[in-house]
Design a protein around this ligand. Structure first.
Ligand SMILES: *[C@@H]1O[C@H](CO)[C@@H](O)[C@H](O)[C@H]1NC(C)=O
Ligand SMILES: *[C@@H]1O[C@H](CO)[C@@H](O)[C@H](O)[C@H]1NC(C)=O
Ligand SMILES: *[C@@H]1O[C@H](CO)[C@@H](O)[C@H](O)[C@H]1NC(C)=O
Length: 224
């Protein structure tokens, strides 16, 4: 065996058992039926370590996180309630999560993406305009989505929704990840610590407009 290959083999022999201790999911699919997150330990690229199974009860699998509208995100006039692994630890490792979106009249879920998940939007009340823009070709796919209807946003693509009606529209979104992550284009550009000069340079938007939008959005973290 070439010296390089031997080193690789040693590295594997050493690293695999070590990594499987650290990363619960590498073994989850093979040896565990579930892995309720232990949120006291740090998240890893493959999820949270498991709460000891002896301590898991039926309550862990139940959640009322979406029973009420979430807090309203002011500039968007939209209430967001999340049921991802941080609110609902049983989702750890299951590849699913959900959000409740209550879009008030005039409200919008602005252009954003979920780097980690595709999203299936199901409208319970009202009429929304929902759409996304494809990668590469930048084709916009936009539809009115009414009560009982669905729209799907492919993973990672920039997408939006807004209310077309005069009453609050209610929708539930399901994601193909326990932690879909959220990046809102407005916050990335105008709520981040990027300077006006840099935003102007990289977006071609006029500096006066950038300053006005920075005042509007403020220094903002993405809502969780
Ligand atoms: C925000 O929603 C409230 C409550 O439904 C509504 O009365 C108001 O007109 C909306 N504001 C804007 C700016 O759309
Ligand atoms: C949604 O749109 C349909 C078709 O235009 C309309 O009949 C219905 O009243 C709308 N619903 C609401 C809540 O605005
Ligand atoms: C919303 O209310 C306005 C003003 O009353 C009305 O003109 C409009 O048709 C309404 N839109 C819908 C979708 O009901």
């Amino acid at each position: 065996m070439a010296p390089k290959a031997t080193t690789m083999l040693h590295l594997l022999l050493f690293a695999v058992p070590f990594l499987s201790q650290l990363l619960p999911f590498s073994s989850l699919a093979l040896t565990q039926d579930f892995c309720v997150a232990n949120l006291h330990l740090p998240d890893t690229p493959s999820g949270y370590p498991c709460k000891p199974k002896a301590l898991v009860t039926a309550d862990d699998f139940h959640s009322s996180a979406l029973a009420q509208p979430g807090p309203t995100v002011a500039p968007f006039n939209t209430s967001l309630a999340s049921a991802n692994v941080n609110q609902y630890p049983a989702l750890n490792g299951l590849g699913i999560s959900a959000t409740r979106v209550d879009i008030h009249p005039g409200g919008v879920v602005p252009l954003h993406s979920h780097p980690e998940a595709s999203e299936l939007l199901f409208v319970l009340e009202g009429n929304l305009s929902a759409g996304f823009v494809s990668a590469g070709t930048n084709v916009a796919y936009v539809k009115t989505v009414g009560k009982g209807e669905m729209f799907v946003f492919p993973q990672g693509l920039l997408h939006f929704q807004y209310n077309l009606g005069n009453t609050t529209a209610v929708a539930f979104a399901a994601y193909s990840s326990p932690n879909p992550a959220l990046q809102i284009a407005d916050y990335a550009m105008f709520g981040s610590s990027l300077t006006v000069d840099v935003v102007n340079k990289v977006t071609f938007i006029k500096k006066e407009e950038i300053m006005s939008l920075k005042r509007f959005f403020g220094p903002s973290a993405v809502p969780s």
